[in-house]
Design a protein around this ligand. Structure first.
Ligand code: SAM
Ligand code: SF4
Length: 333
């Protein structure tokens, strides 16, 4: 089968798979507390359907799959999904992004099933702030989840942090100190215009330059060479091998080296978080007039269609930019 190469020569090797749009938190930059526009249950891909799409993707050169959401650990069959992806021929490297709430019970089974690595999101070290930021009093569960990920050996454990002005933007150095002490790889992500509540505002977002400047007053940061297709700019800290990452999605776009495609939980392929087009594979999977082999051929063709439609960049900084119709939680972060 053909590789997934777009018209700008970028070869796609990374597939982000959203397992659900549901979530156990309501991070203000992602989902309003009263959010209710959920994807209907019947539209969510079944485990078998997911596996078919991922297998076709792997045959076309995808070698890393990141499970995400919404909150991927809310999917009742999460351990089975990991186990089956890890058991594929030419199994991709398998990672997962989670809010960590269910890791206390799931970290060990996930590691055993074949999960290679994990990203856990945490925006503050204050229990009170966590409650304000997420509308849920679950700070302790995240900390227990982080400990469980360590005990399960899911290294390197990356911690994702979004800073919001006037809420937690004074915590960057303290978060880094905490991460270093606990051997977590911290990455700050610029807030993007992808929230369901439409609260993003360029004028108030905390920029990569501001984060760098703040950290630099406390730490000596040395750029790490060889970023490749990684979203994060990494820096060595105080001359050690420990690093911190800054993902400047808005102010320092990294689209030129992007190798990511996305599959939503309702079976739509996307070439970019910010694209306004989706290519339907659920329809193919549920087409009663096609046998398995014909479905796989058509799904492969739809991957090619998706990759060919990919634009050179996300265009957030163009005056004509229109935010995608679906929020991050439905697309898969
Ligand atoms: N629920 C899981 C979690 O929070 O890790 C996985 C899905 S979440 C959408 C994936 C990542 O996207 C998280 O690290 C989260 O902080 C980040 N995120 C969500 N909304 C964002 C936004 N508007 N801008 C930047 N990052 C965002
Ligand atoms: Fe849920 Fe993750 Fe969005 Fe927070 S960022 S509301 S944990 S999907």
């Amino acid at each position: 089968m053909s590789k997934l190469i777009d018209t700008y020569g970028r070869e796609h090797r990374n597939l982000r798979v959203s397992l659900t749009d549901r979530c156990s938190l309501r991070c203000t930059y992602c989902m309003p507390n009263d959010f209710a526009a959920w994807i209907p249950n019947d539209d969510l891909l079944t485990t078998n359907e997911l596996l078919t799409v991922i297998e076709v993707a792997v045959e076309q050169g995808i070698n890393e799959v990141r499970l995400t959401g919404g909150e991927p650990l809310l999917r009742p069959d999460i351990v089975e999904i990991v186990d089956r992806i890890a058991g594929l021929a030419n199994a991709p490297r398998l990672t997962l992004t989670t809010n960590g709430l269910k890791l206390k019970e799931l970290a060990q089974p996930l590691a055993k099933a074949g999960l290679n690595r994990i990203n856990i999101s945490l925006d503050t070290l204050s229990r009170e702030r966590f409650k304000k930021l997420t509308y849920r009093d679950r700070f302790d569960d995240v900390i227990e989840g982080l400990d469980a990920a360590k005990a399960a050996g899911l290294f390197p454990i990356k911690v994702n942090t979004v800073l919001l002005k006037g809420i937690n933007d004074d915590e960057a150095p303290a978060l880094l100190e905490w991460a270093l002490k606990n051997e977590f790889a911290l990455r700050f992500i610029e807030q993007m215009p992808l929230d369901a509540g439409g609260i993003w505002d360029r004028a108030t977002m905390v920029t990569a330059d501001e984060i760098y400047a703040d950290l630099s007053t406390h730490y000596e940061l040395t750029p790490v060479d060889g970023r490749g297709s990684a979203p994060a700019e990494e820096f060595y800290i105080n001359g050690t091998q420990a690093t911190v990452g800054i993902i400047g999605s808005v102010t320092r776009p990294f689209c030129g080296a992007c190798d990511r495609l996305r599959l939503t939980s309702d079976g739509q392929l996307r070439s970019c978080l910010f694209s306004n087009e989706e290519v339907d594979v659920r329809k193919v999977l549920r087409d009663e007039n096609k046998d398995e082999a014909a479905k796989r051929v058509e799904i492969a063709a739809r991957f090619q269609k998706t990759v060919i439609s990919k634009l050179p960049g996300h265009g957030i900084n163009d005056p004509s930019f229109i935010a995608p119709l679906r929020p991050m939680s439905a697309i898969g972060g």
